[in-house]
Design a protein around this ligand. Structure first.
Ligand code: GDP
Ligand code: MG
Length: 262
């Protein structure tokens, strides 16, 4: 049983290349005078980058879910990627990801969503994934005051480890459990104003606002990406340079963040 589980996790992360596919790749590589044999396994993350290059979608956005253990990060991810919900709580080990492709304004956007473990012992593994994230969902549980108070610590983690212009959004999950609510919607909204992020209350269980939350974050990243590309094009056209994609300049964490509540 344990063995089967490990193999499933392994297959989720890597793609086993079929013999026909290997032959195709060998031909391609020998054509390029490359001496080494093709690897049997390719990192899925690498495959995603290759697919962008092959234009099977327009954008690849990497998102990250963070927040205390038990707030519902994994359930939100399952609801969004597989439209399912599981009542049992299986603690996430380290880090995992799921993929869903959505369409926005006629553009195909592949969302690669990383799910982290909230526990302290996985902190060093998970912070390594902050840097590549273009959007981060900070999740607390509306029935758990402490998870709400801890959002400020998660914000500090973003400040320390993520890119300074990462898009952020705060989610108050489990809004279906009104009778055990400890954090009012107003407090959630107020905190989001303080941090200059968007805010939504969600329920992975009752499927409330889950699609909306991911789509809103994706839309914000898309707008920012297109603004950056446009600025680059204009700037390079003016100076007669060839177009090349540049990383946005590092700026203060709070600069340029408009307060925006949904
Ligand atoms: N009532 C309710 N329970 C939820 C919701 N989302 C998650 N849960 C439950 O909360 C527990 C922890 O969820 P999980 O996604 O594993 O939390 P994680 O540690 O943040 O990944 C599980 O028992 C879930 O069934 C929700 O929206 N409503
Ligand atoms: Mg989890």
């Amino acid at each position: 049983m344990q063995h089967k589980k490990r193999s499933a996790i392994f297959e989720d992360k890597f793609e086993i290349i079929t013999p026909i596919e290997q032959k195709k790749q060998t031909t391609l590589w020998s054509h390029n005078n490359r001496a080494h044999k093709p690897p049997l396994l390719l990192d899925k993350n690498h495959i995603e980058q290759l697919k962008v290059m092959a234009k099977t979608y327009d954008y690849l956005f990497k998102l990250l879910l963070i927040g205390d253990s038990g707030v519902g990060k994994t359930c939100l991810l399952f609801r969004f990627s597989e439209d399912s919900f599981n009542n049992s709580f299986i603690s996430t080990i380290g880090i995992d990801f799921k993929i869903r492709t959505i369409e926005l304004d006629g553009k195909k956007i592949k969302l690669q969503i990383w799910d982290t473990a909230g526990q302290e012992r996985f902190r060093t593994i998970t912070t390594a994934y902050y840097r590549g994230a273009m959007g981060i969902l900070l999740v607390y549980d509306i029935t758990n005051e402490r998870s709400f108070e801890n959002i400020k610590n998660w914000i500090r983690n973003i400040e320390e480890h993520a890119s300074s212009d990462v898009e952020r959004m705060v989610l108050g999950n489990k809004c279906d459990v009104e009778d055990r609510r400890q954090v009012s919607r107003e407090r959630g909204e107020q905190m989001a104003i303080e941090y200059g992020t968007k805010f939504m209350e969600t329920s992975a269980k009752a499927n409330i606002n889950v699609e909306d939350a991911f789509f809103t974050l994706a839309r914000d990243i898309k707008s920012k990406t297109e603004r950056n590309l446009q600025a680059n094009t204009t700037q390079n056209a003016a100076s007669g340079k060839r177009l090349s994609f540049q990383q946005p300049q590092k700026k203060s964490f709070f600069s340029g963040w408009g307060c925006n509540i949904l």
